[in-house]
Ligand binder design. Sequence first.
Ligand SMILES: Cc1cc2nc3c(=O)[nH]c(=O)nc-3n(C[C@H](O)[C@H](O)[C@H](O)COP(=O)(O)O)c2cc1C
Length: 195
Amino acid sequence: MPDTLIDAIQLRYACREFAADTPVSADELASVLEAGRLAPSAFGLEPWRFVVVTDEAGRAAVARACYDQPATTTAAALIVIAALVAVLEPDSDYVRARFAAEARGQDAEPIHAAYRSFYHAGSMAEWARGQCNFAAAQMLLQAAHRGLGSCPVGGYDASALAAAAALQPGEVPALVVALGRCRHAAPERIRKPLG
Ligand SMILES: Cc1cc2nc3c(=O)[nH]c(=O)nc-3n(C[C@H](O)[C@H](O)[C@H](O)COP(=O)(O)O)c2cc1C
């Protein structure tokens, strides 16, 4: 298990095939979800919901929506990150509750006013999906910290994935996080240099 955050960052890579019959434990899954829950989000709106799929039929349905990419057909667990879009309307109960929490007992009106100016109905789905990537990134690193392999999967049919994960109206898929024990050793890291 990597000791430091940079060790986990260096260890993580996109695992395209997981070993068969090696489940992710409930404790490992809970720790990955907790890392996602604690992710930062603009205005503190946390516009996400995590749908955990571990049963065989459910995993197969999610994998199919991801064009049966091997990372999804072999994963022990799939987390579908749903972006919450409809609830982002500025006067929704959801937004009011989030801003009340964010204000920590102080006046929530200044942040609410700033959000009303920022809000643009036509672009909120993409905005919310972008926020979800922060939760996904934290999940991937926590998975690496716990010795799990992971793969972020953004290649999917959105309607099929929404159906497979039973998303609610007003929610759209953002990303799938595939988890398991990687079958192969890490490939050589490829990155452009800084600067
Ligand atoms: C938003 C996002 C979507 C991705 N979608 C896919 C995908 O659909 N299938 C896949 O095999 N890898 C996917 N990846 C993984 C990238 O291909 C991978 O992270 C990149 O090639 C760098 O490799 P590394 O993660 O092993 O360092 C995705 C990564 C991100 C960040």
